[in-house]
Write a protein of this length. Structure first.
Length: 309
């Protein structure tokens, strides 16, 4: 890339990181009035489906509906949105927004042992050390003592980590079994529609269905904003991969976590104990070591990842 292109793509990377980062405080606002997780997931999927319909129709992208495609949509909807976001919405009730952003940085560290177990990667001491640093960061977060760790509820920390586990599995699933020849836009389009159909009975059956009523309250606006931002940022991410390459674009992981903490401080006035910043440093180091090197990353399929974020 030329120097001008590097500057442009770096600025775009910051925009993507800021966009994904702000979805965490918006999630915190969305759960602030007592809305249930299944109701929030349903409307997130519906809003995402509407946005993807407009985007795909505008680009002339059709949605294949063969049996193998429907199976893929169901799997991606479950492991990419319904399961992880149900966990995130519940954890957001009990954890600060910045901590949720910090814990999401564990996704690449979860992905490494999964890739080993699925035969997608080979053992590397460098990446193993990255995993170890990430786990040390988590231990700092849940360490006992209010003065050091903010006395966070350990159970909900692990519920939040489950979201990252799902996103990591999603990436490895796609790497192992592919997307049946579909583009990332088609997969996200189909998963949003199928996910809406799956989450509707869950919301109704659990009594968590949210009936919109004008004027919309702050929680509903936050959900709408978060859902729309996700679609726009995801589209920008796919565009960036095609223009700047996966090695450069994957660095957005650092920016998502950093901006998540910044937005939480600006919007929610959150403050963190000293060990939280130490945990952030350890997790950044872990992400740096776990990320695949340029040659390996170029061989990976960047078509889809973290569709529910």
């Amino acid at each position: 890339m030329t120097r001008r292109e590097v500057v442009f793509f770096t600025l775009m990377l910051c925009v993507l990181g800021a966009g994904w980062g702000i979805t965490q405080p918006l999630t915190k606002i969305a759960v602030s009035t007592g809305y249930g997780h299944f109701g929030l997931v349903f409307w997130q999927m519906v809003i995402g489906a509407i946005c993807m319909t407009v985007l795909c129709l505008g680009r002339g992208i059709r949605l294949p509906l063969e049996r193998q495609h429907l199976r893929l949509y169901v799997i991606i909807a479950m492991i990419g949105t319904i399961l992880p976001n149900s966990a995130s919405y519940q954890a957001a009730v009990h954890l600060p927004s910045g901590i949720l952003s910090l814990l999401l940085s564990m996704v690449p560290m979860f992905a490494f042992p999964m890739a080993l177990a699925m035969g997608l990667d080979r053992f590397s001491w460098r990446r193993f050390c990255g995993l170890a640093f990430g786990l040390m960061g988590v231990l700092l977060i849940v360490a006992p003592g209010a003065e050091l760790s903010m006395n966070l509820p350990v159970f909900w920390v692990f519920v939040a980590l489950f979201s990252g586990f799902c996103y990591a599995f999603e990436g490895n699933f796609v790497a192992r079994w592919g997307t049946q020849g579909l583009s990332p836009f088609q997969v996200l389009f189909g998963a949003s529609i199928v996910g809406s159909l799956i989450s509707l009975p869950l919301a109704l059956g659990s009594g968590q269905f949210i009936t919109p009523a004008l004027p919309l309250d702050a929680a509903q606006w936050a959900l709408i904003a978060s859902s729309v931002i996700h679609v726009l940022v995801y589209s920008g991410y796919v565009w960036m991969v095609g223009r700047a390459g996966p090695v450069f674009t994957v660095q957005v992981s650092y920016l998502v976590t950093g901006f998540g903490l910044i937005w939480a401080k600006l919007i929610l006035s959150e403050h963190y104990a000293p060990t939280i910043w130490a945990a952030l440093a350890l997790m950044f180091l872990g992400m740096y070591l776990v990320q695949p090197r340029a040659k390996a990353a170029l061989a990976e399929d960047p078509a889809i990842g973290d569709t529910g974020r």
